[in-house]
Design a binder for this molecule. Structure first.
Ligand SMILES: [Zn+2]
Ligand SMILES: [Zn+2]
Ligand SMILES: [Zn+2]
Ligand SMILES: [Zn+2]
Length: 203
């Protein structure tokens, strides 16, 4: 006799705990871990709200595990050993993790804070606009705290680019990505360098 597979479909609803298509809001946690809230359809990098999924994905604000043996670039190997940045590849390394841009590398050098945990008034103000607090010896870039002034200044510069990219994404998401990565938007034919559009003057 042939075996007949009976699908116990009547039991299936018992295992569906969460109704599909209705995720919970994870915004608060996402501000700390540069995550995406599926409910609000917004992502966060240094607590900057990013509504463009394309831009958020391109920012890729996480460390990645690396296969050290496959790394060909000598500067990358040096950077890996010193938690540094390879300017040739635009890759940064922290704790053996790879960061794909100067922005995400710089931010990962700081420490993301819960806003309510910041007690100092000056530091709280600095979360609105990057600034250095002399009494705490801490610089804030969004919700990310820095004790190293040089790294703070670098992160502030990258943060300005991020704000510009968020603004541009309302017009063209590809331009926003191009601005972050020093590249060209093929549809708008605009080229970006150091967070600005490169204007070519007619000869
Ligand atoms: Zn949310
Ligand atoms: Zn490299
Ligand atoms: Zn302070
Ligand atoms: Zn464009």
């Amino acid at each position: 006799m042939q075996q007949v597979l009976v699908v116990p479909f009547v039991l299936v609803p018992l295992f569906v705990v969460q109704p599909l298509g209705d995720p919970a809001c994870t915004c608060e946690a996402d501000k700390l871990k540069n995550g995406w809230c599926g409910k609000c359809k917004v992502g966060y990098v240094a607590a900057v709200a990013i509504k463009s999924g394309v831009l958020f994905e391109a920012l890729d604000a996480h460390g990645h595990r690396i296969d050290v043996n496959s790394m060909k670039c000598e500067l990358c190997r040096k950077a890996l050993a010193s938690d540094g940045f390879c300017t040739r590849c635009n890759w940064g390394f922290i704790d053996q993790q790879l960061y794909h841009s100067k922005l995400t590398y710089s931010l990962a050098k700081g420490k993301a804070k819960v806003f309510s945990s910041i007690k100092c008034a000056r530091c709280r103000k600095n979360t609105l606009k990057p600034g250095w607090c002399d009494s705490c010896n801490v610089g804030m870039v969004g919700n990310v705290a820095f004790e190293d002034k040089k790294m703070f200044e670098q992160a502030s510069r990258e943060h300005r680019k991020l704000l510009a990219a968020v603004e541009i994404a309302r017009r063209c998401e590809i331009c926003a990505v191009a601005l972050i990565t020093d590249a060209k938007c093929p549809s708008c034919k605009k080229t970006y360098k150091d967070g600005k559009e490169v204007i070519k003057l007619p000869p």
